[in-house]
Design a protein around this ligand. Structure first.
Ligand SMILES: NC(=O)c1ccc[n+]([C@@H]2O[C@H](COP(=O)([O-])OP(=O)(O)OC[C@H]3O[C@@H](n4cnc5c(N)ncnc54)[C@H](O)[C@@H]3O)[C@@H](O)[C@H]2O)c1
Length: 251
């Protein structure tokens, strides 16, 4: 049964990685997916793969840190569908470095994509989400949102903001019947973690710290995304679900 039939889903940073896996899963479940990414080529490739498999997808180049890109996205969906049901704020970047040597430019970049992007999409999509009978915003945070991790204090601070924003928006948007929840992945094998996970001792240490004995794959996140996107989570807002093979339970 197509659990997302008739739903319009917007996913940011959906050209590769976790966002791509969620886009493909939502399309299989019957949603029309707006595959958005700062990289127009990967967005188009993902949308092509979805349509080739029989799904519905529209690719769009959207840099979440640019107001005009987000405005164009919202206008396009308004014109084509008049509503949106699901927004996945997935786009994120990681810049490594100790805070004491972090440049203003790096901090600004991290903040503009990881925090401002989530706030902007959640604000600007409100008019479309209000027209849904059952709307859901899903923010991709991190299990490191409330932990110290060297040399990633600035990155984890942006994820802490995403988790806080999730709770604040859950309260603010509940009267509009819009649910807002977060998914906090553990270590997932994507481009963001590629360099780190290629170091055999680091990889081994992280696997050892994961009770389930393996690192995650992008597809491991899609079940949680389906839960929050579908009516299975109708009475659920402001929650933050760790999908990490048990890592945070043992930290
Ligand atoms: N991989 C992990 O272990 C892990 C763990 C916790 C949280 N996360 C979070 O999951 C999300 C997805 O990460 P991923 O691991 O799939 O990384 P990824 O690098 O594979 O994918 C990120 C995607 O976001 C896009 N993007 C970057 N900046 C953008 C911008 N300004 N506007 C629009 N799109 C932009 C990239 O082009 C890319 O397609 C991120 O928010 C990340 O912080 C990942």
């Amino acid at each position: 049964m197509a659990r997302l039939a008739g739903k319009i889903a917007v996913i940011t940073g959906a050209g590769i990685g976790i966002g791509q896996a969620i886009a493909k899963r939502f399309a299989v479940e019957g949603a029309h997916v707006y595959v958005t990414d700062i990289n127009g080529e990967t967005a188009a490739d993902t949308a092509r793969a979805i349509t080739a498999a029989g799904g519905a997808a529209t690719p769009m180049l959207v840099d979440v840190s640019k107001g005009q890109d987000v405005t164009a996205l919202i206008r396009a969906i308004e014109t084509a569908h008049g509503k949106a049901d699901i927004l996945v704020n997935n786009a994120g970047i990681l810049i490594r470095g100790e805070v004491r040597s972090l440049s203003d430019a790096d901090w600004t970049k991290l903040r503009e994509v990881n925090i401002d992007g989530v706030l902007r999409l959640s604000r600007d999509a409100l008019s479309l989400l209000k027209k849904s009978s059952s709307a859901s915003i899903i923010n991709i945070s991190s299990i490191m949102a409330n932990r110290g991790l060297r040399p990633l204090a600035a990155y984890t601070a942006t994820k802490g903001a995403v988790t806080a924003l999730t709770k604040g928006l859950a309260v603010e948007y509940a009267p509009f019947n819009i649910r807002v929840n977060a998914i906090s992945p553990g270590y997932i094998e994507t481009a963001i973690t590629d360099r780190l996970l290629k170091l055999p001792p680091v990889r081994k240490a992280l696997v050892d710290k994961t009770p389930m004995g393996r690192l995650g794959l992008p597809d491991d996140i899609t079940g949680a995304a389906m839960f929050f996107a579908s009516d299975d989570s109708l009475y659920c807002t402001g929650s933050d679900l760790a999908v990490d093979g048990g890592m945070s339970a043992g930290l």
